[in-house]
Design a protein around this ligand. Structure first.
Ligand SMILES: *[C@@H]1O[C@H](CO)[C@@H](O)[C@H](O)[C@H]1NC(C)=O
Ligand SMILES: *[C@@H]1O[C@H](CO)[C@@H](O)[C@H](O)[C@H]1NC(C)=O
Ligand SMILES: *[C@@H]1O[C@H](CO)[C@@H](O)[C@H](O)[C@H]1NC(C)=O
Ligand SMILES: *[C@@H]1O[C@H](CO)[C@@H](O)[C@H](O)[C@H]1NC(C)=O
Ligand SMILES: *[C@@H]1O[C@H](CO)[C@@H](O)[C@H](O)[C@H]1NC(C)=O
Ligand SMILES: *[C@@H]1O[C@H](CO)[C@@H](O)[C@H](O)[C@H]1NC(C)=O
Ligand SMILES: *[C@@H]1O[C@H](CO)[C@@H](O)[C@H](O)[C@H]1NC(C)=O
Ligand SMILES: *[C@@H]1O[C@H](CO)[C@@H](O)[C@H](O)[C@H]1NC(C)=O
Length: 202
C-alpha cells in the first residue's frame, strides 16, 4: 500500500508542471532606467511562481494598478492585497535576494502591474499576465508612470519624503505578500492533499 501511495504521488507530481518565471531586477539601469525589470512583461499560469531576482542596486517590486502605476495597489484599491518586496539593496550582486509571487486561483486571471519605487517615474515598471486584447498596455502603463510621477522623482528629496509618509502601508502589504507566500505553500501541497486523503482511506 505504501508503494502504491508513492506511485500515486509520483503521478501527481508529474501532472503538476509548475513553472518558475524569473524577472531580473536592477540590471542595465545605468544605461536605461526603464530597463530595471528584465523582462518587463511575463506570463504565468496557475501553479507557476514569478521570482523577482534583486541583483543590482536598491529597488522594489511593488504591485500597483494601471491608473496609479507608482502607488502600492492596496493604497489605491483596498480590495487588492498586492505584493511588495520593500527596498532590497543588492549592491553589485553582493546581496542577491528573491521575492516570489505565486500564481493562485484568485490572482492568476488578473493582470498584475508592478513598479520600482526608485525608478517608477522614469518608467521602471512591468506586468504579469497583461490582457492582450485590452487597451491597458504595458506601454500605456509606463507612460502613466512617467506622466504622474516623472517630475516628482526629479528631486530625490521629494521622493524620499513621500516614501517616509507611505512607509506604514507597505509594511501591511508586505505581510500580505507573506500571506501570499503562505498560500503558495498551501497551493504547493495541493498535489499532496489527495495523497493524504488516499492514505486515510487506505
Ligand atoms: C543588459 O543589456 C545588455 C546589452 O543590451 C544585454 O546583453 C544583457 O542581457 C542585459 N541584461 C539583462 C539582465 O537583461
Ligand atoms: C529602455 O528600456 C525599455 C524597456 O526595456 C525599452 O523599451 C526602451 O527601448 C529602452 N530605451 C533605450 C534607449 O534603449
Ligand atoms: C539571479 O541573479 C544573480 C545575480 O545576477 C545571478 O547570478 C543568478 O543567476 C540569477 N538567478 C536566476 C535564476 O536568474
Ligand atoms: C533605498 O532607497 C530608499 C529610497 O530612495 C532609501 O530610503 C533607502 O535608504 C535606500 N536603501 C539603501 C540601503 O540605500
Ligand atoms: C559591477 O561589478 C562589475 C565587475 O564585477 C563591473 O564591471 C560593473 O561595472 C559593476 N556595476 C556597477 C553598476 O557598479
Ligand atoms: C482563468 O481563465 C481561463 C480562461 O478563461 C479559465 O479556463 C480558467 O479556469 C481560469 N482560472 C481560474 C483559476 O479562474
Ligand atoms: C507617485 O505619485 C503619487 C502621487 O503624488 C505618490 O503618492 C506616490 O508616492 C509616488 N510614487 C513614487 C514611487 O514616488
Ligand atoms: C481582456 O480585455 C478584453 C477587452 O477589454 C475583455 O473583453 C476581456 O474580458 C479581458 N479578458 C480578461 C481575462 O480579463
Amino acid at each position: 500500500m505504501f508503494a502504491f501511495t508513492i506511485i500515486v504521488a509520483s503521478f501527481l507530481v508529474l501532472t503538476v508542471r509548475a513553472r518558475d518565471v524569473w524577472v531580473q531586477v536592477g540590471h542595465n539601469t545605468t544605461d536605461n532606467t526603464s530597463a530595471v525589470f528584465q523582462p518587463q512583461r511575463v506570463t504565468a499560469e496557475l501553479g507557476d511562481t514569478v521570482f523577482f531576482n534583486f541583483s543590482l542596486g536598491n529597488h522594489t517590486a511593488t504591485q500597483s494598478t494601471f491608473s496609479a502605476p507608482c502607488v502600492p495597489a492596496h493604497d489605491s484599491d483596498s480590495t487588492i492585497n498586492g505584493f511588495n518586496s520593500m527596498f532590497r539593496d543588492a549592491g553589485n550582486e553582493t546581496a542577491v535576494t528573491i521575492l516570489s509571487v505565486p500564481m493562485l486561483a484568485q490572482n492568476v486571471n488578473q493582470t498584475m502591474w508592478f513598479f520600482d519605487y526608485n525608478t517608477c517615474g522614469q518608467g521602471g515598471v512591468g506586468v504579469i499576465n497583461d490582457n492582450e486584447s485590452s487597451t491597458a498596455t504595458l506601454a500605456g502603463f509606463a507612460r502613466n508612470a512617467i506622466r504622474l510621477n516623472g517630475t516628482d522623482d526629479a528631486t530625490s528629496t521629494s521622493s524620499s519624503a513621500s516614501h517616509t509618509t507611505t512607509s506604514a502601508h507597505p509594511t501591511t502589504t508586505d505581510s500580505s505578500a507573506a500571506n501570499a507566500a503562505d498560500r503558495a505553500l498551501k497551493l504547493g501541497s495541493i498535489s499532496a492533499l489527495p495523497l493524504i486523503l488516499l492514505g486515510l482511506m487506505i
